[in-house]
Design a protein around this ligand. Sequence first.
Ligand SMILES: *Cc1c(COP(=O)(O)O)cnc(C)c1O
Length: 367
Amino acid sequence: MGYKVPFVNPGKNYAMIKEEIDAAYFEVMQKGDLIDREQLKRFERNLAAFVGTKYAVGLNSGYDALHLSLRAAGLGSGDEVVVPAHTFVATASAVVNVGAKPVLVDVGKDFNLDPEKIEEAVTPRTRGLIPVHLNGYMADMVRIMEIAHRHRLVVVEDACQSLGSSMLGKKAGAWGLTGCWSFYPFKILGGYGDAGAITTNDPDVALFARRMRYNGEDRQTGEYHGHGFTCLLDNLQAAFLDIKLRKLPQWIVRRREIAARYRAGLGDIPDLTLPHYGDPRRDHIYQNYVVRAKQGKAFSEYLQENGVEVLTQFRKPYYQHQALKLEDRGFPETEALSREVCSLPMNVEITDAEADYVIEVVRGFYE
Ligand SMILES: *Cc1c(COP(=O)(O)O)cnc(C)c1O
């Protein structure tokens, strides 16, 4: 179905930066720079500088970033790790796949871990805490770090949706032992396939990830330092991502413009809650513009039928999928927002006129 306003438009995005992307492609291809070359190192330096950490290590995906972070922290069998009940499933799967147990905690109105509820879930076995900065807005890291210090928990930030956002001027991904990044095509910094990274200030963690992404091998000496994995960020993707990273600050400005436009056009509808949280310490980079519509499914279906492509993540919370064998202790906020969520088109490709059309359709639903 052809939408009047598609949710994303990767072809149009490519057209915006075609010259630079094509030049990078030809350079990489002609030199044969495919694995762990200068383009990857440059992207890692620039990513670390952007986030404000000493190191960045390019990986194959956000999942790998979470997985290697948990391994670097030595978490495994017998350990419990607190994760939000409302997140992408990979956050919990990484915990399960290192042999530890995810302990789910409900989220607050900002879709992020509710600091009030974390300590109820902490037991003598709890060793890790994974705050997720969902949709482009950070979890309250001031309170979360306080709780983590009090209980000596390792903090791994799932920052996959929040590159560029900050709290008190300190960026997402610079607070915990690691920040985990995904450059999946539809993330705010999206590659042309799977990609990810870890950021960290800890030299041992950076070294561990560098070896483990390459089957445990130290590439200088050839020594294997453990049974590793194959999850190195492709050099070609790194070259593309480096170009897009330079555009990111101006792209965030554009996303904020669209968010302001939605707010001006939709802020007065009582049954619709917009993602503006009013905490002056935290800024939103609008990876996603997720509204909560009391009318739930009828609302998102109406938008789709009227040419606005939307995403409804996640209607069915991940812990309700039987095969995952996770404990559903009842998470009222997660359940409520799962019924109501609807992501409006939010990307740098859409025009003001398209955003206005989205506003018109949404208003049409309520009239
Ligand atoms: C995208 C995402 C991931 C996983 O990233 P991949 O690169 O797809 O493995 C993990 N957590 C969150 C919150 C995400 O949005």
